[in-house]
Design a protein around this ligand. Sequence first.
Ligand code: ATP
Ligand code: MG
Length: 358
Amino acid sequence: MTARLWHDQARGESLIAPPPKTIAQLRAMATSTRMQYLRHRRRWMRSLRFETPAIQQAYQTMTDLVEDNAVSPPGAKDVIAVTAPFAVGKSTLVRTWAQDHYRDIIGDRIHLSQLPTWNREVGVVADEVPVVWLDLEAASKVRAFNLQLLQYFGYPLSGAVTDLTARIHRILDAHRVRLLVVDDTNLLNLRHKDARDVLDHLKHINTVLGQRGASLVLVGADLEDSAIFRDPQMAGRLRTISLKPCTIDTPAEVTRWQNTLAGIEHLVLPYLPAASQGILAGHHAPRIWRLTQGYLGDVARLIAEAAHLAAQEDTWTLRIADLERTQLSKRAQVAAPRLRETAAGRPREAPSVEVAAS
Ligand SMILES: Nc1ncnc2c1ncn2[C@@H]1O[C@H](COP(=O)(O)OP(=O)(O)OP(=O)(O)O)[C@@H](O)[C@H]1O
Ligand SMILES: [Mg+2]
């Protein structure tokens, strides 16, 4: 990632929804027009970002913590740690939030094709880069961390680790950095004998950011088990946001799952002209959970692909067969048959979901 790419992505328009059509209109379309329409519909469905109460809560918590850090006295600030099992949607959530935060700071300048600038000193103009996003590479140590940071701004990468760290201090000021997000923090090499250095470096970066009222956000898989959480000084500063896939073990969770599907249904029902209300939130709710185990990325893929298969066969709804034959992620493929077997013996798979439509 680079500052330039981040800016371009923040400027990017989200995919425009295709106009909803009736079955008669769809059937009257020329084959090529219909194929084009279906491709657009599928792409749009795949681009949807679903909301759950947990996602909304996490978004608000990040906003609050960053605001608190901005106004509390200078010094080491709270570090935000977003942790979850693999593929739950950590990066998607934090990226969405960080891009909104970037747009808030940049304001109207988001329309510029170049990076926005500010007057650093009289006569000295610098790029303004309020948000830094690092995608860590495998087994990163201090040097790799510093290099990635420099690369984000397009600075030279040569020099000793200490020189690079000093250069980073200057860069944070020169570009008015407010937020540093480190994604895939689990890839920091904390098992290696250099682990102490890596942790100390993170703490140092947090202090440097804190002196400027800026925040550090660490995103990673199962961070609770990592050395970051075991380090007493770090643990004292961590504010943890834990995400998990939607579960259906209690009546309250079943209701939340149905509400999540109702939200998705609200978006996609206009594109399923032969489907009735409740098709996702009621009728297919247990099946969608079994096939996806509550992972929103898998839900998005399942619905988009199943709707596409159904449309190609001119049915314009979502049938059981469409859901069952959709290609799932490897993770879901492994888990779904296991759940089906379990369901034969116990009602674990089938939540007590009312069938609201057929
Ligand atoms: N709220 C959401 N609505 C729809 N799809 C989502 C949502 N969140 C994530 N996804 C999709 O789920 C998939 C996994 O998301 P993401 O990469 O954010 O997960 P992650 O927890 O960061 O994974 P990893 O542990 O591999 O870093 C992606 O395809 C993403 O587009
Ligand atoms: Mg991720």
